[in-house]
Design a protein around this ligand. Sequence first.
Ligand SMILES: *C/C=C(C)/C=C/C=C(C)/C=C/C1=C(C)CCCC1(C)C
Length: 248
Amino acid sequence: MISATNYVAFTFFLGTMAMMAASVFFLVESQYTTSKWRLSILLSGLITLIAAVHYYYMRGYNLEINFMIRTGLLSPDEASASPTFFRYVDWLLTVPLMCVEFYLITKKAGSGKGLLWKLIVASLVMLITGYFGETAYRNQSVIWGVASACAYFYIVYLVWFGEVAQLANSSSPAVNQANKSLGWFVLAGWAIYPLGYVVGTPGGLFGIPARDLGIGGLNMDIVYNIGDAINKIGFGLVIYVLSRSDKD
Ligand SMILES: *C/C=C(C)/C=C/C=C(C)/C=C/C1=C(C)CCCC1(C)C
């Protein structure tokens, strides 16, 4: 049962519902999409579906941990309070798939496997270093966070100025517009995650703890949950709009 004051569990519950609804929408709509964009819409639905399943598990994890803490079976400790493992399994599956969306929309303009791999490898480096900073090497969370941010900025660079941007520029106006919108999600929407990391790890921002920055009241999981809802559903909607505006 979700207690009235467990806002973290409530956002996991909301996340499950939102991701499920988005999945039904994208998966059904993929059937009514021209063949050119069907795979991209299908992928949007798979991304939210994978997230829906992980959110269901994370919600359950949160409730069990809280029950164990309440009944004295477990002592409260910051590190085990979050379903970090499920969180990162979700991201390891969905973020590379979001990178595939960039490859698919620029495929007609000539994007190749090389670019696809650059995006996928950068996203994996970003996530694996972040996972280390949140788990085994929490005491070095700053350095792992910086490493993760380097990979993140490389993705931003590729999408805004690098190969992805150049390919989008030589595509149809609809594809170029979609790439710009996705670029904003990557630049602004994905920037929500480092904020969650800063409030959730001991190193804070370059060694300044979150509470000294005045954001100690934020909860890491709630920040991540907001980020996921905006980015996973938002990405899908951008692709959906593209599929309806660029038909031939
Ligand atoms: C659907 C899930 C998405 C789009 C997740 C994206 C996650 C990130 C962009 C995470 C980035 C991080 C940094 C840039 C530095 C600190 C560590 C991370 C992993 C939180």
